[in-house]
Design a protein around this ligand. Structure first.
Ligand code: SAM
Length: 261
């Protein structure tokens, strides 16, 4: 068979701007195959032809390729390191930190950043940019209503302070919400803003090919101020960090120590 998946990738890119060739192939192919089979299609070609005509199917495709799993204080001990070691250092240089939560999914991550920072700065002074490729996820993030499971790791005092429980859901405090600006952004295609002091990008790089990751680390490095920090997910250690101008300072935290271009 001519590589049908390769053709599908090309057509999707042309139609949506999403380049699936930058995602690890085996995983992505498996996820999408199970989706089209579940919907009664027999091939990527059939699936693509239906998807361009049916918005619900296109949304199902987006939903399947984006894996939105998230939670507040995910890998909580890393957030303790951010709070107790990384932030005090960053705040010595400036009280106005420029912060980006890249691939923020349904908002748990940028809202966690705000909660952690609230130990040092009044919420009114906190500004966080949070981006994701998935508009549905961003919509949920803006609504800010979560189930109990996403709050498992939230420290009790933060839970009391920043959530209101109603029936079976938790509603996040308006003041926390106001610290975050959500925007649609594709890490693999859209330009990056610059001069960040902290970039948090967790649990998305694992889905990308090595080539895509290399390019992204370069772009994150360019986007950070000298002395700025990149905080990655707990399976996403960067090998050869120095080639991107990074120095590992704590597990899963990298400081930009030199400009690379
Ligand atoms: C597993 S979630 C991670 C959420 C959060 N960062 C965390 O660690 O809990 C992965 C997110 O990456 C987003 N994503 C996938 N490809 C992307 C891309 N090319 N650009 C931006 N976001 C992307 C997905 O939509 C999804 O919301």
């Amino acid at each position: 068979m001519v590589d049908e998946y390769a053709q599908f990738i090309q057509k999707v890119k042309k139609k949506t701007g999403i380049d699936l060739s930058l995602y690890k192939e085996t995983q992505m192919k498996r996820r999408l195959t199970s989706l089209y089979e579940k919907n009664g299609f027999r091939s990527f070609t059939e699936f693509f032809n239906a998807m361009v005509k049916d918005e619900k199917l296109y949304n199902a495709f987006l939903d399947r390729m984006t894996i939105n799993v998230s939670e507040f204080y995910r890998n909580r001990n890393r957030w303790e390191v951010l709070q107790n070691k990384i932030l005090p250092d960053l705040l010595k240089r400036s009280k106005r930190l420029k912060i980006w939560s890249a691939a923020c999914s349904t908002g748990e991550e940028p809202y966690t950043i705000a909660m952690v920072l609230s130990h040092y700065i009044p919420l009114e002074q906190i500004r966080i940019l949070a981006t994701d490729i998935d508009e549905n996820a961003l919509q949920k993030a803006k609504i800010g209503v979560y189930n109990e499971r996403s709050l498992n790791e939230v420290p009790e005092d933060m839970k009391r302070k920043f959530f209101r429980k109603e029936n079976h859901v938790y509603i996040i405090d308006e003041k926390i919400k106001k610290t975050v600006t959500f925007k649609k952004h594709n890490l693999l295609a859209d330009p990056f803003d610059h001069q960040f002091d902290l970039i948090v990008c967790r649990n998305v790089l694992i889905y990308f090919t090595e080539q895509a990751k290399t390019e992204l680390y370069r772009k994150f490095s360019d986007a950070l101020n000298l002395g700025g920090i990149l905080f990655v997910g707990s399976t996403e250690q960067i090998f050869n960090a120095s080639q991107y101008g990074f120095s590992p300072i704590e597990t899963f935290f990298y400081k930009k120590v030199k400009n690379i271009r």
